[in-house]
Design a protein around this ligand. Structure first.
Ligand SMILES: Cc1ncc(COP(=O)(O)O)c(C=O)c1O
Length: 541
């Protein structure tokens, strides 16, 4: 580690760490440099031919510095960094090159109109909700939606109602309250769950509401039959996509698509003017256009190769004894279920989290953190995230055979070295929980594994709401000891991470069940955001 960000970044770029995380270009594919795309494709073919001859795990430790991820990052970036000079149009009043490029993107996805965002889907979602819902209106949302949805509600003083997480989708669509202006759903989720967009679109429209889809994790959908279709083509009205998450574009880049004629596009322009910088980066915009051009010209080959790699790696990862893979092996012709899951998300679950295993002869209690650290420290594979019982690898068309082979080999090796003792084992005293960043995989041994949070999350009733969210954030507040907060109105969010869902939203009342749940989550090692030294922010009434 250095104390200089540029040095640390360049050192990291040369390290053998393979990125199973965003951005989707994987620091390998730079569509602005066509030669980098060709190199990735050619390199992948060579890797594939070699992979049976060598052990992919042997070649990627710091002393061997020749991995494909060690290639220099994109060069010449400073030369491309301009402002709105003559001939380069204006993002806030596009008439020329930027208009042409946004029209090309709209054409690629089949949208009526597309806008570039250089402030991610975060900005696109703020704009979408602000444009679709009148000030003081009502939105029906998922409790665990991205915070930008809540932030839009705060800015526009909107009332909130929630999709019941315990309702089946067919039931949930019938529960959209009267008077809803827009329904906002996330699809795919971080872990790859895909909603029935047509069902939601029809239900929302029947109620006179618009459907906004947070497709931040789905910019790659609809380009190959192996993947579900994009919400843009399934009846949604506004769709936000982060091009940086699952396509080879730079961090911060995103698109907002108007997918129906129910949208007043002038309002979208108006809110982009408010929320987005007046100095948008041409480097970022060019990375969006380069990804769009790449898909226009080479998507068939790129996605065919990506699918082959996914089918292979999914087959290997789903054959493990001590781990399972969400979605399973998913061969290329997978059928109906394929519409409900993004096979590009590799969610690798510990089958018996917190149970006693032997690993290389030592007692361990594997969980998501244990696996995450082991992959990072021993195999130089950086996952996107860890949860109590799983790790998530994000993939894209820029991943290589070599990268997938390294992941599969590492998992097979770990799997072979593990034995379930048959004895659940008592949890180690004083051990740390999920989210801890223990320094080495060895230190992680015998650590306490938090239980899955699904049970409590679903059982907890929604707290009573006694003040609109935007008001609770505006009035005077004070920090109150959590244990004494029952009956008090929250003035800030308390968030459980993962899954990054609010346990309480400003304006709702703390109750004893919720306080107990927060205490219990903390005891078991979950990260709770919004509790400051055992105190929570409450409205002064
Ligand atoms: C579901 C979801 N929606 C929206 C966003 C915001 O996207 P961006 O990072 O492009 O602003 C994220 C970011 O992780 C996300 O996970």
């Amino acid at each position: 580690m250095s104390n200089n960000l540029e040095t640390q970044l360049s050192e990291y770029a040369k390290s053998p760490a393979y990125p199973f995380h965003m951005p989707g270009h994987k620091r390998i594919m730079n569509p602005m440099e066509p030669s980098s795309v060709t190199t990735v494709l050619a390199g992948a073919a060579e890797d594939s031919a070699d992979s049976s001859a060598t052990d992919p795990l042997e070649n990627h430790f710091p002393e061997n510095d020749e991995s494909s991820s060690a290639k220099d990052p994109a060069s010449g970036i400073y030369a491309l960094d301009i402002t709105e000079i003559d001939g380069f149009d204006n993002l806030h009043d596009p008439q020329e090159i930027l208009k042409t490029e946004m029209d090309r993107a709209a054409n690629l996805w089949g949208a009526r109109k597309t806008w570039f965002s250089v402030n991610g889907s975060t900005c696109a979602i703020l704009v979408a909700i602000s444009a679709a819902v009148p000030k003081g209106g009502r939105i029906h949302i998922e409790r665990g939606c991205h915070m930008s949805v809540y932030h839009a509600a705060y800015l526009r003083e909107l009332s909130l109602s929630y999709i019941d997480p315990n309702s089946e989708e067919a039931q949930a669509v019938s529960e959209i309250p009267d008077g809803t202006d827009a329904v906002v759903i996330t699809s795919p989720s971080y872990e790859g769950a895909v909603r029935d967009i047509q069902l939601w679109a029809n239900a929302a429209h029947e109620k006179g509401a618009l459907l906004i889809v947070d497709e931040a994790h789905g910019a790659h959908l609809g380009f190959h039959p192996y993947f579900p279709e994009s919400a843009v083509r399934l009846g949604a009205d506004l769709v936000a996509q982060s091009t940086h998450k699952t396509l080879p574009a730079m961090t911060q880049t995103a698109l907002l698509h108007a997918a129906s004629d129910r949208i007043d596009t002038r309002k979208v322009d108006f809110f982009f003017d408010i929320y987005e910088t007046s100095s948008p980066s041409y480097v970022l915009m060019a990375s969006i256009t380069a990804a769009v051009h790449l898909l226009e010209n080479q998507r068939q080959k790129l996605f065919d190769d990506y699918v082959k790699r996914l089918v292979k790696v999914r087959s290997r990862l789903s054959s493990l004894t001590h781990f399972s893979l969400d979605g399973g092996s998913m061969p290329e012709a997978f059928g109906e279920d394929q519409k409900r899951f993004d096979p590009g998300k590799l969610v690798i679950r510990v089958k018996y989290p917190g149970k006693c295993h032997l690993y290389k002869g030592r007692e361990v209690y594997p969980d998501g953190s244990w696996l995450y650290e082991l992959l990072r420290l021993e195999y130089h594979l950086q996952m996107e995230m860890r949860a109590p019982d799983y790790v998530l690898a994000m993939t894209s068309i820029a991943d290589t055979d070599e990268g997938f082979d390294r992941l599969a080999c590492a998992m097979e090796k770990i799997d072979r070295a593990l034995t379930l003792t048959g004895d659940e084992g008592t949890r180690a005293e004083g051990a740390v929980g999920a989210g801890s960043s223990a320094g080495s995989a060895k230190k992680m041994q015998c650590r306490k594994a938090p239980e899955t949070n699904e049970g409590i999350k679903k059982e907890l009733a929604l707290p009573r709401c006694s003040l609109p969210m935007f008001k609770a954030c505006e009035v005077k507040s004070e920090l109150v000891p959590l244990r004494q907060a029952a009956g008090r109105i929250a003035a800030d969010f308390v968030i459980l991470y993962p899954p990054d869902a609010p346990l309480i939203v400003p304006g709702e009342e703390f109750n004893m069940d919720l306080i107990q749940a927060i205490l219990s989550y903390r005891e078991r090692g979950f990260q709770i955001i919004g509790v400051d030294d055992n105190r929570v922010l409450c409205v002064i009434t």
